[in-house]
Design a protein around this ligand. Structure first.
Ligand SMILES: *Cc1c(COP(=O)(O)O)cnc(C)c1O
Length: 387
């Protein structure tokens, strides 16, 4: 019998350089390999398994829906989809939701909204401003939105209609806005793939001010920062703004694929019947899972996220081999003295799964990771950094 990794190497396209670990099961923030090795999960499937592996509340919500009605298409009304949209709007002040299956698709919808918003105002070739070092997805259009050249290589020609400005540089943004075709700004409040780099309050407030000076949409990519990850339901809520569009995915489904694009007062009417669609979007099983996830993100849980965040920052800042720590909530970037690949490999060897972002070690643990596991993982991470 061939091993999992041998089969995978033989038949799965080599777009991922996988680590030499075959994961077979898990519970909460612990996962187990085919060799019986136990790991503490500090990556939660890239910020997806918000309440860990095989969480019972989520599992019950999903399996109940799975055995009732698993799919209908968007030709009909279903309860989980409607209830999830209501929940999202009630807690954000947004007005309408479009459901899809991933972060890239959630952003694709945002981009279509911005383009049609522009066209409705007589702009024939609308332009969207995004930030350098951003990440918005892997489809050809969301690649174009992504402000990192190395993702673009080999995939030209990219979708036109995007310009970029450095993050936290209001002057550069103003320069780009001299082009009257710019209809929207799309940004992450904390650049995730870009190295866990938070935007400054001043910069985000500045974007808000620019919106009030001209007809411009503020669109926030909350695919990674959303759904409790940064200590508020959505990260923008800590920046004192009310966006026109919010896209989210990752943690929303707790492990099932779902994306959502939230539309505000200025954008809720932009898309009309037939303008956009998705066969699976708002699928009852994924929606039931997401509703169960969001329903548990109350003040107590968000406070817990903030407390754990403080604990991580205080235990890592100034630790041997740690140059600095950035991020918000349970989205943490660690600049290490040693090459990050070596630190990551040592952590893995010692039973802790971490992520990287650019040259940093990145932590995105489950929001409910128990303190003893968090402490155990941090001790191992610190030891790896100090080596
Ligand atoms: C992961 C991510 C995406 C892409 O999400 P997919 O589900 O992989 O398509 C988009 N934007 C941000 C900020 C992300 O972190």
């Amino acid at each position: 019998m061939k091993s999992i990794s041998a089969l995978d190497e033989r038949y799965v396209a080599h777009t991922y350089k996988r680590f030499p670990v075959e994961l077979v099961s898990g519970k909460g923030s612990e996962v187990f390999s085919s060799q019986g090795k136990r790991y503490i999960d500090m990556g939660s499937g890239i910020g997806v398994t918000a309440f860990g592996i095989a969480d019972e509340t989520w599992q019950q919500a999903v399996t109940a829906q799975l055995s009732t009605l698993q799919h209908t298409s968007n030709l009909y009304y279903t309860a989980p989809c409607a209830a999830l949209a209501e929940h999202l709007c009630t807690r954000t002040g947004m007005k309408k939701v479009f459901f899809s299956n991933s972060g890239a698709e959630a952003n694709e919808c945002a981009i279509k909204v911005a383009r049609k918003y522009g066209e409705d105002r007589g702009i024939k070739a609308p332009v969207i401003l995004t930030l350098c070092n951003s990440f918005h997805g892997r489809t050809v259009t969301t690649l174009a939105a992504t402000g990192q050249d190395h993702f673009h290589q080999n995939f030209h020609p990219l979708t036109p209609g995007f310009v970029h400005a450095p993050a936290n540089d209001s002057e550069a943004v103003k320069q780009q806005l001299k082009d009257p075709n710019v209809v929207a700004i799309l940004f992450e409040c904390v650049q995730g793939e870009g190295g866990v780099v938070p935007l400054t309050q001043e910069f985000v407030q500045g974007l808000d001010k620019l919106r009030s000076e001209r007809d411009l949409l503020l669109m926030v990519d909350e695919v990674q920062t959303g759904n409790g990850r940064t200590g508020s339901l959505y990260a923008y809520q800590q920046f004192g703004i009310q966006p026109d569009v919010v896209s989210t995915a990752k943690g929303l489904g707790g492990g099932l694929p779902i994306g959502a694009t939230l539309l505000g007062e200025r954008t809720e009417q932009v898309l009309d019947y037939g303008d956009h669609g998705s066969t699976y979007g708002g699928n009852p099983v994924c929606a039931a899972g997401a509703l169960s996830i969001l329903s548990r993100m109350d003040e107590a849980l968000l406070d817990e996220v903030k407390e754990k965040s403080k604990f991580i920052f205080s235990s890592l800042q100034g630790a041997k081999g740690v140059k600095n720590v950035t991020g918000m909530g349970l989205m943490i970037g660690i600049e290490t003295l040693r090459p990050v690949g070596e630190v990551l490999a040592d952590c893995m060897e010692q039973g802790v799964l971490c992520l990287t972002a650019k040259t940093k070690l990145r932590l995105l643990p489950a929001l409910n990771i128990p303190m003893p596991l968090l402490k155990e993982a941090l001790d191992i991470i610190k030891a790896a950094c100090a080596k």
